[in-house]
Design a protein around this ligand. Sequence first.
Ligand SMILES: Cc1cc2nc3c(=O)[nH]c(=O)nc-3n(C[C@H](O)[C@H](O)[C@H](O)COP(=O)(O)OP(=O)(O)OC[C@H]3O[C@@H](n4cnc5c(N)ncnc54)[C@H](O)[C@@H]3O)c2cc1C
Length: 288
Amino acid sequence: MIPRAFDYFDPASIPEAVDLLGKYGDDAKLLAGGQSLLPLMKIRLASPKIVVDLWRIPDLAYIREENGAIVIGAMTTHYMLQTSNELQTKLPILAQAAGVVGDPLVRNLGTIGGSAAHAAPNADYPAVLVALDAVFNLTGPAATRKVSAADFFKDSFTTALDPAEILAEVRISIPPDDRAGVYLKLSRRGTDFAVVSAAVILRKDENGRCADARVVLGGVGTVPVRAKAAEDLLNGESLTPDLINRAAKAAAQGLEPPSDVHGDSQYRIDVSKVYVRRAVEAAWRHIS
Ligand SMILES: Cc1cc2nc3c(=O)[nH]c(=O)nc-3n(C[C@H](O)[C@H](O)[C@H](O)COP(=O)(O)OP(=O)(O)OC[C@H]3O[C@@H](n4cnc5c(N)ncnc54)[C@H](O)[C@@H]3O)c2cc1C
């Protein structure tokens, strides 16, 4: 289908884009890679009167190291993240997640800012960004504020962004060398959204025990679900197959995933156990 008619603006700076959002309010939508917005416009589930394109704003697509953190501009594409040497060395879990988003066309156009702002419950970045304690810089008319990933994702397709704010940058502290992270995703076809995904980050302490475990699931709720019961079981222990199995079961306890054509609720619970187990095993192997 063809979208309803809209007026198009291509501001040259973030303040200009923020002004347009302030001026047009609910009538306006930002356009990044268009990989979520344009399909919605074509089937007329979204019909903004004003489209504010972020492509002409210079310097919004970058990956750089700053004071022990990797900072990523909102317009950085999935492909840039997937292929970045810096990320593959310092934040491989994020490069992994970027590499399994959709297909090459989607990865060439879609952006980390657009994906986070869209906040699809089965998208690949949210669980990883929560596991990594990412911080989002949101720029509005008055100021820029910082929001943690855990506070940013509020509900399905709902974030902490105010209507006149732009997600400008994602900042992630570089994990020390004694940590390893793994992202695993089950999808029906290679290019699909996740049925279930698991992001796991582990540290091995000086006694060879697991510490600071992060276990976060995607696709099983409206927002990423942190599996604290599993983390508690792993922390302070030498990881054995039995313990990892128990942690995986704990991760799935209390989940109330949705049922849809890709899998019913119980299927998602069962897959969560398997994917947490596999991700913990793989992360532990990386640091052992
Ligand atoms: C065929 C197909 C398969 C896909 N498969 C996957 C998949 O497997 N995994 C996955 O995670 N995703 C998948 N996607 C979605 C893809 O990752 C999109 O790129 C992403 O959801 C949106 O990013 P975008 O840059 O295209 O944003 P857009 O579509 O341009 O925008 C999405 C929304 O975010 C808002 N927005 C955009 N940028 C900003 C910003 N900087 N600040 C504030 N608001 C902003 C827009 O107004 C809009 O509401 C798929 C998409 C397609 C078409």
